[in-house]
Design a protein around this ligand. Structure first.
Ligand code: CIR
Length: 261
């Protein structure tokens, strides 16, 4: 079942983006102006892929709020509003709620509540089945609540341990048609190697490029990862590359910048 998205939600980078949480301080701080240019190009890529884009204004008090993916998980049958794990990001989910309510009725919305935590970067949709990273951001209770919500809608879930990276999808993404990109610790993940997927192992030097997003006939990927590009071409996708240098500095990748439905 190919993804069939009509909408995406993004939020403009704030000037405070320079203070986003990072595990890679050696990359330096993002440049605000360049981050805005890269965000413009990302929005254009979404439009090229065929979705209508809702562009929300920047939230200066929230340096990481450009990474809207962590605020909610949108499925074809309903929405789970996340509960981000870090204090500095916790309110981002509530701030997304008015926009979600423009598209979804109250009976289609569920919430992750205390003591659960869950961030969208840890959720990977594979048709009607959802892989959920057990990471420093998504805990067992978050997974339990998420599973309960999704089971109401007829979906199944599966937990995947995340040891060394931020989110599940930081280490690989499903581009549909059975095709899965994996990097780092996920190259040896038994759950990805049990015959369900055609797995492409992204070379270590291109690990950041493993996070891509499939939208309709297109795959949007970070610019500058030739092995990933070659594989996506070989699989027959229309590919759009987007410069991501400024978001990479604060651990954000392609999927993080949008909610898609
Ligand atoms: C954070 O640490 O929360 C942000 N600096 C990066 C969030 C990336 N989001 C994602 O992978 N979905």
């Amino acid at each position: 079942m190919a993804s069939n998205f009509t909408h995406a939600i993004v939020r403009r980078p704030s000037h405070s983006v320079i203070d986003g949480i990072t595990g890679s301080p050696e990359l330096g701080k993002p440049d605000y102006e360049l981050a805005c240019k890269q965000h413009d190009a990302y929005i254009e890529a979404l439009k090229t892929a065929g979705v209508e884009v809702t562009v929300l204004p920047a939230l200066e008090e929230y340096p990481d709020s450009v990474f809207v993916e962590d605020t909610a998980v949108i499925t074809p049958r309903g929405v789970v509003v996340d509960r981000p794990a870090t204090d500095s990001r916790r309110n981002e989910a509530e701030l997304m709620l008015p926009t979600l309510r423009e598209f979804f009725s109250e009976d289609q919305i569920r919430f992750i509540t205390d003591p659960g935590t869950l961030e969208g970067g840890d959720v990977m949709m594979v048709d009607d089945h959802y892989f959920v990273g057990r990471s420093s951001r998504t805990n067992d209770e978050g997974f339990r609540q998420f599973t309960e919500a999704l089971s109401e809608w007829g979906y199944t879930t599966e937990q995947v341990p995340v040891e060394h990276i931020l989110h599940l999808k930081t280490g690989g993404t499903y581009v549909e048609d059975g095709n899965l990109l994996v990097s780092g610790e996920f190259k040896t993940c038994a759950q990805y190697r049990d015959g369900r997927f055609n797995v492409f192992e992204v070379p270590d030097e291109e690990a950041y490029g493993a996070d891509c997003v499939r939208i309709n006939d297109y795959v949007i990927m970070a610019a500058g990862y030739p092995a990933v590009r070659t594989q996506l071409d070989a699989w027959g996708y229309k590919v759009i590359e987007v410069e991501m240098s400024e978001f990479r500095k604060i651990d954000g990748s392609i999927t993080c910048l949008s909610l898609r439905f």
